[in-house]
Design a protein around this ligand. Sequence first.
Ligand SMILES: NC(=O)c1ccc[n+]([C@@H]2O[C@H](COP(=O)([O-])OP(=O)(O)OC[C@H]3O[C@@H](n4cnc5c(N)ncnc54)[C@H](OP(=O)(O)O)[C@@H]3O)[C@@H](O)[C@H]2O)c1
Length: 186
Amino acid sequence: MTHTRGWTGRVFIGASLDGFIARPDGDIGWLTDPAPVPHRATATNSAEALSWDSFFPMIDHLVMGRGTYEKVLTFGAWPYAHKRVIVLSTTLRADDDRITVVRDLDEAITALDRFGARQVYVDGGKVIQTFLRADLIDEISIGWAPVLLGHGLPLFGFLDHDVQLRLLSSTTSGNGMVNATYAVHR
Ligand SMILES: NC(=O)c1ccc[n+]([C@@H]2O[C@H](COP(=O)([O-])OP(=O)(O)OC[C@H]3O[C@@H](n4cnc5c(N)ncnc54)[C@H](OP(=O)(O)O)[C@@H]3O)[C@@H](O)[C@H]2O)c1
């Protein structure tokens, strides 16, 4: 079933090769400060996968979970100036005029429609899973980090149907990351 909406749902995320986006305590140091392993593959740049520099400017709205929002607050500087940020949470009582808090998926969709969203960056493991299950994701860019964590917060979860993906592009970088951009195939 295709949801009628005026916006494109996009994921842009880093994950361990075994599918985790953070350690159980939320740590992402393995991604932001990777081990200095001498990788053999060199960089490739044919049909380039989206990078942060090509991805972020095309986004006008973000939807993230409370977990991701609370992590972003630890970064110090707010990285989303000039973007509207919607945070999904049943518990957050934030007094933060940079965000709009919504309590469930329906409220998130209503807010995106009301704000006239066009390109939506969907972030946070649980939120990505919610949007995928509701068929609200159109494109997924993953930077696969060359590490197995064994446990942590999963990128993906239960689905009641297959989600077919079409590989659009992939690149490797000297630090061992394999970046791949997929379209959801309907
Ligand atoms: N590797 C990367 O590139 C990357 C990217 C983003 C985030 N992260 C990491 O991932 C961690 C956070 O991920 P996460 O899996 O915990 O997920 P998350 O989606 O960021 O946050 C989960 C929380 O969001 C709320 N939520 C999610 N879906 C909801 C729904 N349908 N309705 C109402 N509320 C909903 C709930 O908050 P309440 O409990 O308040 O209801 C839930 O506990 C952080 O440690 C962050 O650093 C990593």
